[in-house]
Design a protein around this ligand. Structure first.
Ligand code: AMP
Ligand code: MG
Length: 407
């Protein structure tokens, strides 16, 4: 059976970045730039004042003091009409253009008005050029202010706006369809009748996708019959990727791999050596336009679904969105209590590490009392998965283990 690392490599090899497109600034947060961005302005566009104060000729200060004649007030957005000459000053607000002739700004807090149109300044430690930001010191017209592949944070959005890039070329957020399969499933707003359970994987996957920066379309529930599955899966293939839950194990109604094959979705692998999540199915569908779309069939047990999303779907999404799917964020920790690992597959066991609080060293991790892949309730207390290698092994408190952070 395929190892987790081999499965990840196959996913990497079969998933590629989405084609870039231009998007409005309001939409691009969290995406990656697909091209470098050049500023069309100097910033600041003019020599400006960094404070509310008085623009002066520095030579007018004697021991830091001067009484000067007030010429005018210039607010941000307005332009000075007078040059500042010897013995005069202009009141100027933060960001406003510096009048010609001025070579320092004294903060308004260091001023008083002894008479009409007379301003007294007292700033013993004043310096030539103080409180002035020169034109183009942040960026010059023609500067490359952002490189391709830069992740678009809120600061980047602000910089794009400043540089005049209203619709940057970006790698769009992947759009994923989510389809839960199973005759036993009812939507969560319904009370399950005997034999039924609520569909928790659909909402779980929608939340996971949003958290991973993807867009989602929830197709609800498909019955375990070929026609229903074919119909819903067909709809799902319109998106950039399709995520199914359930129907990929060895039961008589696990029809998903067969229906995917009928629809021309090429299987890349089925089954990975891990617990939970062994029945994972992965394939690709090539659209008539030649676009290759990943399809994941996640095992139906909710914890298997979640673990497989974290381990396999998330890196695929990162890659589609133009990021580098790095190796998973794992770190070492010490077990807080003994643990018995059993079985022939590597196990991802829910743990609590208080990842956020713990420092870089001395981290301790507690394996939670987990009932297995149907036990989602315990997962809400987990902040990590403890990765135990395959094979039977009795671990002691204090033993080193590898831990993988949960998002
Ligand atoms: P399957 O992979 O379809 O064989 O399902 C494995 C187990 O997960 C079964 O006990 C299902 O009832 C359960 N299951 C499947 N799909 C869901 C779902 N969407 N939400 C909650 N449990 C599910
Ligand atoms: Mg099923």
């Amino acid at each position: 059976m395929l190892s987790v690392a081999e499965a990840l490599e196959l996913i990497r090899a079969n998933v590629s970045q989405l084609p870039p497109r231009r998007m409005a600034l309001a939409e691009v947060g969290g995406c990656r730039l697909a091209e470098a961005v050049v500023s069309d302005v100097d910033s600041p566009p003019h020599d400006k004042t960094a404070v509310d104060g008085y623009a002066i000729q520095f030579a007018d200060l004697r021991n830091g003091c001067a009484d000067l004649r007030l010429l005018e007030e210039v607010t941000a957005g307005a332009l000075p009409t007078y040059d500042v000459g010897p013995g005069t000053t202009t009141r100027i607000m933060t960001g406003a253009p510096l009048p010609m002739g001025a070579d320092a700004v004294v903060m308004v807090e260091r001023s008083s008005q002894p008479g009409p149109d007379v301003v007294r300044l007292e700033e013993p430690r004043a310096k030539l050029g103080q409180n002035i930001v020169r034109r183009g010191t942040v960026m010059r017209k023609g500067d490359v202010v952002l490189k391709a592949e830069h992740l678009i944070t809120p600061a980047v959005v602000g910089l794009l706006a400043e540089a005049g890039c209203a619709s940057p070329l970006v790698v769009p957020r992947p759009r994923a369809t989510v389809l839960a399969t199973g005759n036993e499933l009812v939507p969560c707003r319904e009370v399950p009748r005997p034999g039924q359970i609520r569909n928790s994987n659909g909402p779980l996957l929608v939340a996971s996708l949003r958290q991973a920066g993807a867009e989602e379309l929830d197709l609800g529930i498909a019955r375990d019959d070929r026609v229903a599955l074919r119909d819903k899966i067909g709809q799902g293939l319109d998106a950039d990727l399709l995520i199914l839950s359930g129907g990929v194990s060895a039961g008589v109604l696990d029809l998903v791999p067969g229906v995917l094959a009928e629809l021309g979705v090429r299987e890349v692998f089925h089954k990975v050596s891990l617990k939970p999540g062994k029945p994972l199915w992965f394939g690709v569908w090539t659209s008539p336009a030649g676009i290759v779309k990943p399809v994941f069939g996640l095992p139906g047990n909710p914890v298997s679904t979640l673990v497989c999303f974290e381990l396999f779907v998330r890196p695929a999404l990162v890659r589609m969105a133009g990021g580098v799917a790095t190796s998973p964020p794992t770190f070492a920790a010490r077990l807080s209590e003994p643990f018995m690992q059993r079985g022939d597959r590597p196990t991802y066991w829910p743990g609590r590490c208080d990842v956020a609080e713990a420092g870089a060293t001395g981290r301790e991790v507690t394996p939670l009392r987990w009932q297995g892949s149907g036990d989602l309730r315990t997962l809400v207390d987990a902040d990590c998965l403890i990765c135990f290698p395959s094979g039977n092994c009795q671990y002691a408190a204090g033993d080193d283990v590898t831990v993988r952070r949960l998002h």
